[in-house]
Design a binder for this molecule. Structure first.
Ligand SMILES: NC(=O)c1ccc[n+]([C@@H]2O[C@H](COP(=O)([O-])OP(=O)(O)OC[C@H]3O[C@@H](n4cnc5c(N)ncnc54)[C@H](OP(=O)(O)O)[C@@H]3O)[C@@H](O)[C@H]2O)c1
Length: 323
């Protein structure tokens, strides 16, 4: 049984704990919070009272021989340091997206994970959603691909706080907030997973009052086609993602968690496929993590995808003047 400790007490950790409860071979035994009282309240609201202990000292958590693995769900800027400390303490690590903020930091982290013989996995739920494999299966029927447009554009309810002049973690440049790192990462990871790394990347974005990108677009060049990646936390798109081939177009209703796929053909006929509901959106990533840890498996494929995603994001941030 993998004894997991969590870092972060927001809704995503709560959700991960629910997913862990559905998967065999893993259990949450420890919760870290900077504030012990908050940690205790979190443990009881997550139904872990009497099951999981609370710690407020990360060093103590990482020194605990009864912790096998750590899930990192702190603000983005903290992932690299916390994941590195966990890996060096001999813990397997499941780290929220974006795993770290640069490809260089990821290479350093994965080398350390390799040296310490532990599994390191980015918690990129889209990659472990069976819907992405259905998208992958449909693509050859579209003929030669000429255009891809993947988007995740959703106005955050917390944007109102930014407009009111308040500081909000996910819009804070000091915590590596912003639309690319929060939402664009889903599109780019899916793009790289479906089509590989682009030859060339151009980008433009919109800076908001807090100093981060509120919205942006990247244009990625592939042999024979172009891919547009649109991300926003300050506006909402009503359009599906699209993969356009010479014989047909696939519409995906939400690239981060697809639930409906429509193929429109040249003869104007179309077929819509509603995908079966998932047991839990984070189920797949937890299953994959358990499988890798239990079997001392090879995470190279997963880690390479994270690396390629971060290289694309590095370029976007460089050309938009953010790195
Ligand atoms: N996979 C998904 O669907 C999904 C969804 C949402 C978020 N995420 C990812 O999950 C991570 C957390 O996102 P979030 O929006 O939940 O973040 P958040 O609420 O800003 O912070 C998460 C936790 O980190 C701790 N924390 C907050 N501010 C901190 C600071 N300044 N310094 C140190 N610790 C701090 C808090 O726990 P304590 O105060 O108890 O220590 C908090 O509960 C991000 O990497 C995000 O990209 C993933």
């Amino acid at each position: 049984m993998i004894r997991l400790a969590t870092i972060g007490t927001s809704s995503i950790t709560r959700s991960l704990i629910d997913a862990v409860g559905l998967v065999d071979g893993i259990t949450v035994t420890t919760v870290f919070s900077r504030d012990e009282d908050r940690g205790r309240r979190f443990v009881s609201s997550a139904g872990l009272a009497g099951v999981a202990s609370v710690v407020s000292d990360l060093g103590e958590l990482l020194a605990d021989p009864d912790v096998d693995a750590v899930y990192v769900a702190s603000p983005n800027s903290l992932h690299a340091e916390q994941a590195l400390a966990a890996v060096r303490a001999g813990k397997h690590v499941l780290v929220e997206k974006p795993a770290v903020t640069t490809a260089e930091a990821w290479e350093r982290l994965r080398c350390e994970a390799c040296d310490h013989g532990v599994i390191l996995l980015e918690a990129m739920r889209t990659e472990y959603d069976p819907a992405l494999d259905v998208v992958r299966e449909v693509i050859p029927s579209l003929g030669t691909i000429r255009r891809v447009r993947l988007s995740y554009e959703k106005r955050s309810s917390r944007y109102d706080q930014v407009l009111a002049g308040e500081r909000v973690n996910i819009f804070d440049p000091a915590l590596a907030g912003g639309a690319l790192l929060d939402l664009g990462v889903y599109c780019i990871h899916a793009l790289v997973s479906l089509f590989g790394e682009p030859l060339h990347v151009q980008a433009a974005d919109v800076t908001i009052a807090s100093g981060v990108d509120g919205a942006g677009t990247a244009l990625c060049t592939y042999p024979g086609f172009v891919a547009e990646v649109c991300y926003s936390k300050i506006t909402t798109s009503t359009l599906p993602s699209e993969i356009q081939g010479e014989l047909g177009t696939l519409l995906v209703n939400g690239i981060a968690s697809p639930t409906s796929l429509t193929v429109q053909r040249l003869d104007a006929t179309s077929t819509t496929r509603t995908l079966p509901p998932l047991r839990h959106t984070l189920d797949g990533e937890v299953q994959r993590f358990v499988e890798l840890v239990e079997e001392n498996g090879d995470a190279t494929y997963d880690q390479d995808l994270t690396a390629a995603t971060l290289r694309v994001m590095d370029t976007i941030r460089r050309v938009t003047g953010r790195a």
